[in-house]
Design a protein around this ligand. Structure first.
Ligand code: ADE
Length: 245
C-alpha cells in the first residue's frame, strides 16, 4: 500500500510516522508513506498555497492549482490505477472502523490535509473522491486527522498484526472490548477476577463475552442496535438487562 499525505506542515506528521507501529509497518514494507509538501507544487517566489476568499470574509482558502498539480503528479508516479483522493475536513463523512477496513484494501491513498478556513470548492468537486471527518469537532487542520486515519488503516493491512489482535477488539464485532488484566494478581487491594486465572478457557470466554456486552450496554447502547449478536450473546444480554433492572 502507498499513502501520500499532502500538507503544508509536513513537520506535524514526522513524529507520528517515526514511532511504534506505523514505523514498523513502514520498515517491514507493509506500507510506503510519503509526506508531500504542498509548497513544492507552487511556482511563485513566495510559494503561495492560499489566498483571500472571493466575496470577502475572514481566513484564507487553499488555492486549487498546487493541489491539482500535486495529486496529478502523485497519481502519475504511483504505478497504481486505483488511487483514491481523500480530503480531511470536519465537513466530511465520519470515519469509523468500517471505513478503515475499506481503506486498507486500497492500493494508493492520497490524503489531503485541509487548512485555514477551507479549500477552494473546485478541489472538492473535481479532485477529491471523498471528504473524511474523524469526529464532530473542528481542529486547526487535517494533519492530525490524517495521522488517525493512517494509524487505523495500517494496523488492518493483511499480515501486519496477528489475526487475533486486529479482530478480537472493540468495534470489529460492533461490541466494546472486555476488560484486560495483567500481573500482579492484587494491586492496591484491587483483585484480578479469579475466573481469568482459573485456566478454564470456556469460562474465560463466557466471562469476556458478558463483560463486552455489559460494557457496550452501559457505554454505547447505540452499538447494540446494529450489532449482529450470536444466539448466546442475545441470551446473555437479556440476562444482563434483567439483572440491571
Ligand atoms: N480538520 C479539522 N477538523 C477535522 C476533523 N474533525 N476531521 C477531519 N479533518 C479535520
Amino acid at each position: 500500500m502507498k499513502i501520500d499525505v499532502v500538507t503544508i506542515f509536513p513537520g506535524i506528521l514526522e513524529g507520528p510516522f517515526k514511532e511504534s507501529m506505523i514505523k514498523r509497518a513502514i520498515d517491514q514494507g507493509f506500507v510506503d508513506i510519503d509526506l508531500v509538501d504542498l509548497r513544492a507544487y507552487t511556482h511563485d517566489r513566495h510559494r503561495q498555497v492560499d489566498d483571500y476568499p472571493y466575496g470577502g470574509g475572514c481566513g484564507m482558502v487553499l488555492k486549487p492549482e498546487p493541489l491539482f498539480e500535486a495529486v496529478e503528479d502523485l497519481k502519475s508516479h504511483s504505478g497504481q490505477n486505483d488511487s483514491r483522493v481523500m480530503l480531511l475536513t470536519p465537513q466530511g463523512r465520519r470515519f469509523d472502523q468500517q471505513r478503515a477496513r475499506e481503506f486498507s484494501k486500497i492500493n494508493h491513498l492520497i490524503l489531503i490535509c485541509g487548512r485555514y478556513e477551507g479549500v477552494d470548492e473546485r478541489v472538492r468537486s473535481a479532485l477529491v473522491d471523498e471528504e473524511i471527518s474523524i469526529g464532530d469537532y473542528v481542529m486547526t487542520g487535517g494533519e492530525l486527522a490524517a495521522a488517525v486515519v493512517v494509524d487505523a488503516v495500517i494496523r488492518l493491512l493483511p499480515g501486519f498484526l496477528a489475526e487475533e489482535a486486529s479482530g478480537d477488539e472493540s468495534f470489529s464485532g460492533s461490541l466494546l472490548e472486555y476488560p484486560h488484566y495483567t500481573r500482579p494478581p492484587v494491586y492496591r487491594g484491587m483483585e484480578v477476577p479469579p475466573v481469568l486465572m482459573s485456566g478454564n478457557h470456556g469460562e474465560i470466554a463466557r466471562w469476556r463475552r458478558r463483560q463486552s456486552l455489559k460494557r457496550t450496554l452501559e457505554r454505547r447502547p447505540d452499538l447494540l442496535k446494529s450489532a449482529d449478536l450470536l444466539p448466546e450473546e442475545k441470551e446473555d444480554l437479556e440476562e444482563i438487562k434483567k439483572q440491571q433492572s
